[in-house]
Design a protein around this ligand. Structure first.
Ligand code: ZN
Length: 240
């Protein structure tokens, strides 16, 4: 695997020499980047070409992230797709002889295990409840870890983290220094989560959206506009 870097992103890509290829070809599918090139071609030349196409690669990857967030209405049944930190997971349902419903993550599957004794008609409601509880718990853990990380880097101390469930608000920062974050953002890519956290931490210094405020955000996340836009466009899909 080769790596391509800019201020915010590290893209890993696969180099594939080919006997049939006549020129260098880059294919992007979701977060996978493959570079095919004629066998025997100078590798430095290939890497230079990929470097030139960096912006295009990033844009294409981003488009997949946006597209994949467009989900149909949920029925909470086997085979449905869910997002967690920007990755897609498939819902699997099985019964077991335990007393309580639970969720386990295995590779790219969400396994919901339901008690055998539970009536079938209750399944969708119970699955939704299990998913919501699990997402909130993950949100608390991951937000806390990211908040503490950026709090140190930015030299800004917050008082308390609160996990919220609001329809249209992603985050807020109170005058007391409490940071409130919407658990549903845990479905979004990591960069979006970081953007939100940096945004709210920056409010500890500037209680407004002034030029200084955005400068501070930018200094910790140079591509913040990209992720701000992502949230604006895809926020509506971050639902259970
Ligand atoms: Zn704000």
């Amino acid at each position: 695997m080769e790596e391509l870097k800019d201020a915010n992103n590290t893209i890993t890509y696969e180099m594939k020499p080919s006997l049939k290829a006549k020129r260098i070809r880059i294919t992007v599918f979701k977060d996978q980047v493959k570079v095919t090139f004629p066998q025997g071609m100078n590798l430095t030349k290939v890497r230079e070409f990929v470097e030139l196409k960096k912006e295009w690669i990033l844009k294409t990857m981003e488009k997949y992230k946006t597209l994949s967030a467009q989900l149909p209405a949920r029925r909470y049944t086997e085979g449905e797709e869910y997002f967690f930190c920007g990755h897609k997971y498939v819902l699997r349902v099985k019964t077991y002889d335990g007393p309580n419903p639970l969720l386990r993550i295995m590779e790219r599957d969400f396994w919901v295990c339901l008690p055998e004794s539970m009536p079938k008609e209750n399944e969708p409601a119970v699955i939704k409840e299990v998913l919501a509880a699990w997402y909130k718990e993950q949100a608390r853990l991951i937000y806390k870890e990211r908040l503490d990380f950026y709090s140190k880097i930015m030299g800004l101390e917050y008082h308390q983290l609160k996990i919220k469930n609001q329809r249209t608000r992603w985050g807020s920062c109170s005058a007391k220094g409490n940071i409130n974050l919407n658990w549903r953002v845990i479905m979004a890519p990591y960069e979006v989560i970081d953007y939100l956290i940096i945004h709210e931490l920056a409010h500890l210094k500037y209680m407004n959206h002034s030029r200084e405020f955005w400068k501070l955000v930018e200094s910790h996340l140079p591509a913040y506009l990209r992720w701000k836009k992502w949230l604006k466009e895809n926020g509506k899909y971050l639902v259970l």
